[in-house]
Design a protein around this ligand. Structure first.
Ligand code: FPP
Length: 250
């Protein structure tokens, strides 16, 4: 395990429920599916299948340990450039997941999509809207899935809404604040990210929730997403618990 900013983690066995600083919002960058498959001599699409299985497992575990807000980066605005077979596989896995809404209902989990939905084919967009509507009454856990998502694109989207309000004469430029920009992000109403977890050894944010991660803590590990286990999540949470967050203060 490669912990960023920490020498070791011998308290790994400590019970998660004893932690003092439990994050309100954990963001996951599901990276390393392609490499997972390549290491096994398999096509990249197999890595995405395993990644999708692991996504379900980790969501379940997050619910078990009482996390309230979780977000997952599944598909960026740039990922459309990947080979058609790969894009089709990811869309297929996404569509299959949307059919399993029952799972979310029994878990009293609300599902919210982060990103521009208009690009999806009608049949997928209809499923997304159905899942959002059917789970809108739940608040035990909020599951945010970033699909066709880009952080800069999201901020531009918020800016366009505010600009239109100024043009319509219902908002003056002086009244544009951090709060009003936040209000028109896809995550409106949900807390900023406290902890970002990125497996696969890459040390970057890749345009994921860039506004909401302004004061986030980061946890990086070399483990590839399909192998990222609940135990590994425990380690990340224990590590987060030891961080001293100052939010610009002293
Ligand atoms: C990044 O790994 C992963 C993606 C771009 C896609 C993630 C998609 C899933 C986990 C499946 C989505 C399905 C559901 C149900 C949400 P990479 O392909 O860039 O890996 P690499 O860096 O090793 O090539």
């Amino acid at each position: 395990m490669a912990l960023f900013g920490k020498k070791d983690n011998k308290e790994a066995a400590k019970s998660i429920s004893e932690l003092k600083n439990f994050p309100q919002h954990v963001g996951f960058i599901m990276d390393g599916n392609g490499r997972w498959a390549k290491k096994r001599g398999l096509p990249r699409t197999f890595g995405h299948r395993e990644g999708a299985k692991n996504f379900r497992k980790i969501v379940r575990y997050c619910k078990d340990i009482g996390l309230k807000n979780i977000s997952f980066y599944a598909f960026s605005t740039e990922n459309w450039q990947r080979p058609k077979e790969e894009v089709d596989t990811i869309m297929g896995l996404f569509s299959d997941y949307l059919d399993d809404v029952q799972e979310l209902l029994t878990e009293k989990t609300r599902m919210v999509f982060l990103g521009d939905k208009t690009i999806f084919p009608d049949y997928i967009r209809a499923k997304m809207e159905k899942v959002e509507a059917e789970t809108a009454c739940y608040s035990d856990m909020i599951l945010m899935l970033a699909v066709n998502y880009g952080g800069r694109d999201e901020i531009a989207h918020s800016a366009r809404i505010l600009a239109q309000q100024v043009k319509d004469g219902v908002l003056s430029p002086e009244d544009i604040t951090e709060d009003s920009i936040s209000e028109h992000l896809y995550t409106s109403g949900y807390p900023d990210v406290d902890l970002v977890i990125r497996p696969s050894g890459e040390l970057r944010l890749s345009n994921f929730l860039i506004w909401q991660c302004a004061y986030a803590e980061y946890y990086f590990t070399d483990i590839l997403w399909p192998d990222f286990s609940p135990e590994e999540l425990d380690k990340a949470l224990i590590d987060f618990d030891s961080r001293h967050r100052r939010f610009g203060g002293v």
